[in-house]
Design a protein around this ligand. Structure first.
Ligand code: DGY
Length: 321
């Protein structure tokens, strides 16, 4: 008898067909809507493997409801939606999708940096709303990117890929990371500095570190106060890294110049969120890895991880052991 796999979001048929050869697949059939929690708890009962998205909180309750569960495959590189310690305790393997989304996420990070610096979203609305009466000297003026200083917090794959892009703009690249990355630093031409120096010296600060409780609100009132008044903060990592209330006040009071946010503490962000009232904030709905090719690769890698882990062969991107 085939083992059961539950998939929490509709995935392309090419990916399902391959899995179906070896497993019995059940899947939430909606693309644009996350599976309701109650249904997830019901559906995991028989599952030996779970392929989930970052929208599902896979905690002790889910694992308790899934006595047969052996593998949780997350279709994301970040896995803060999964209680990995609990999974490890229960002998459940957790996998993720590193590597395949690096360049796509770096592209989006740089695009958001540029859009925020040059006020692209605001300028587009300005035109469409009929406000463009004439060219004027200081109309919609922004910040220069070429030759500016970029501070990267989190110098992993994506951080390094953003740094490479920045070098094309002759930016000075500073980075802070828990451990120094000498090889990458030399190859790219980036400079390792302490956390406070990244905050004080950078014109642009990109957050590219994984989220964990230790970095919750890493960027709060104090850290924002160290930044230049002209600084632009870009977050394409996880919303919880930034204290949104402190950010709102810093932006409103012009303590920093602008922010570009692809991620929020609560997603989807409430339309009444104060940050959405500010013209110096560019907001995106968590689309860092959203190119067609990359999302297909992520889905494929998540499926392969599950397939290989359950059948004990091939490569598996493990988060725990
Ligand atoms: C991830 O993979 O963690 C991103 O946030 C979504 O691609």
């Amino acid at each position: 008898m085939k083992e059961n796999i539950y998939i929490t979001r509709k995935l392309p048929s090419s990916i399902i067909e391959k899995l179906e050869k070896s497993f019995h697949i059940d899947m939430w059939e909606k693309e644009e809507e996350a599976i309701p929690r109650e249904l997830l708890l019901e559906k995991v009962k028989e599952a030996k493997g779970l392929l989930c998205m970052l929208t599902e909180t896979i905690d002790e309750e889910v694992m308790e409801a899934a006595p047969n569960l052996k593998v949780i495959s997350n279709m994301a590189v970040g896995y803060n939606n999964i209680n990995v310690n609990e999974a490890t305790k229960r002998g459940i393997l957790v996998t993720n999708t590193p590597g395949v989304l690096t360049e796509t996420t770096a592209d989006l990070t740089f695009a958001l940096l540029m859009a925020t610096a040059r006020r692209l979203v605001e300028a587009s609305s300005y035109l469409r709303e009929g406000n463009w009466q004439t060219w004027s000297p200081m109309q919609l003026t922004g910040m220069d990117i070429f030759g500016a200083t970029l501070g990267i917090i989190g110098f992993g794959r994506i951080g390094q890929a953003v740094a490479r892009r920045a070098k094309g703009f002759q930016m000075e690249v500073l980075y802070y990371n828990r451990s120094r990355k000498r090889e990458a630093e030399e190859e790219i031409g980036a400079t390792y500095v302490d956390f406070k120096t990244v905050l004080t010296k950078s014109d642009f600060i990109c957050l590219l570190l994984p989220y964990s409780p230790e970095v919750h609100h890493l960027i709060s009132k104090n850290e924002l106060s160290f930044m230049k008044k002209t600084a632009v903060l870009i977050n394409t990592a996880r919303g919880g890294i930034v204290d949104e209330e402190a950010l709102y006040h810093a932006l409103k009071n012009k303590e920093i110049w602008a922010a570009g946010l692809d991620v929020f503490e609560k997603e989807p962000v409430d339309l009444s969120h104060p940050l959405l009232t500010l013209s110096n904030v560019v907001t995106l709905p968590h689309i860092g890895s959203a190119s067609i090719a990359t999302r297909m690769k992520m889905a494929q890698l998540a499926a392969d991880n599950l397939h290989n882990a359950l059948s004990n062969r091939g490569t598996v991107m493990k988060v725990n052991d």
